[in-house]
Design a protein around this ligand. Structure first.
Ligand code: KG4
Ligand code: ZN
Length: 337
């Protein structure tokens, strides 16, 4: 079976062709980063309009890179939610229209399920069950995964998502949007443990996260300390250490609670090298293993949507002609495959 995946939930237009025997045949991505940079964040209406401009050329490119035509495609998968409703509707309209015109089945995919399954695009795939730490710009979640669509959300962020905290703190430090990767780069020049930021909600039981206090702590530290490059790097380092440590503490707790020894990390923040190193070390010391997608599939992309959609289409989960975008959509409400 061969599926074309369409991702338009936020500020990246991602299209990919995935074949269940041959693997990933092509993937094309257009990032709107430059468009939104002047505004310091994603402007939803501009995002929708830019998806409209880019989606068809990217679909053509992905098909041609995969050396196939519409006749070789067996199904269409598009991101149905969660995300920006206008942006989602662009992908959903195009996905549904192609399905109708080409006479192929289509399915709407949950964006976070896409992230969660992204490590399946790599050589070394995790077996079920596993624990998944999903850390993106919009969501932070700890999920017990027994199979595709068999998800139990064990914990979530009660305020900012991990990526959002990175972006907001980066903005406070005068770094351009999207700040997460820029803050990580600055942190690499910082002295380890020069400042100590709190590890929110680790002093009480439970698997929920809270990151908005860290941003305030960073703001207060910035105001109290001198404004030079090394100090800024030290603050970035302390912030990153606090986020990574907090996530590691929660993962350890969740592994103990579930008894699992495989950990998947996915979503934009899983591209963070300190987080990857720290969790890899922790899993090694626990006798387990960590899995994550290659860097370009940590952030939004069409490949993860094609993969997730293929699993659902193969299981006969085909949707009707209605065009739906779901800005909010609980992950644990998905049907099992
Ligand atoms: O998954 P994603 O591409 O989009 C959403 O679904 O939200 O995640 C984007 C988020 C942004 O907040 C971005 O700053 C963050 O991931 N991010 C990083 C890094 N790369 C991306 N955060 C920390 N370190 C990184 N290297
Ligand atoms: Zn995402």
């Amino acid at each position: 079976m061969r599926v074309i995946g369409i991702e338009t939930s936020c500020d990246e237009t991602g299209i990919a062709v995935y074949d269940d025997e041959k693997g990933l045949l092509s993937h094309a991505l257009y990032s709107q980063v430059k468009l939104h940079a002047d505004y310091g964040g994603v402007v939803p209406e501009l995002a929708s309009r830019d998806h409209v401009r880019k989606i068809i050329p990217l679909i053509k490119q992905a098909l041609s890179d995969a050396n196939c035509t519409q006749d070789d495609i067996d199904g269409i998968a598009y991101t149905k939610g969660p995300g920006l409703v206008g942006a989602l509707l662009v992908g959903a309209c195009v996905g549904r229209a192609l399905a109708f015109a080409w006479g192929k089945p289509a399915v709407g995919v949950h964006h976070m399920e896409g992230h969660l399954l992204a490590p399946m695009l790599e050589e070394d795939v995790p077996e079920f069950p596993f624990l998944a730490l999903l850390v993106s710009g919009g969501h932070s979640m700890m999920v017990a995964v027994e199979g595709i669509g068999r998800y139990e959300v064990l914990g979530e962020s009660v305020d900012d998502a991990a990526g959002e905290a990175f972006d907001k703190t980066a903005k406070l430090m005068g770094l351009d949007y999207p700040g997460g990767p820029r803050l990580a780069k600055l942190a690499a020049k910082g002295e380890p443990s020069h400042y100590r930021f709190p590890r929110p909600m680790t002093d009480r039981p439970g698997l929920d996260f809270s990151f908005s206090g860290l941003k305030t702590f960073a703001a207060n530290t910035i105001a109290a300390e001198p404004d030079d490059e090394q100090t800024r790097a030290n603050i970035a380092r302390a912030f990153e250490e606090a986020v990574v440590d907090t996530l590691a503490i929660k993962c350890k707790r969740a592994l103990k609670q579930t008894g699992y020894n495989r950990l998947v990390i996915a979503g934009g923040v899983s591209a963070n090298s300190r987080l990857r190193e720290s969790l890899a070390e922790m899993m090694q010391s626990l006798g387990g293993k960590v899995y994550y997608p290659r860097g370009e599939f940590c952030t939004d992309n069409g490949a993860m949507i094609a993969y997730a959609g293929l699993q659902r289409l193969k299981a006969g989960q085909i949707e009707d002609l209605a065009v739906k975008g779901m800005p909010r959509w609980p992950l644990d409400s998905l049907p099992p495959v």
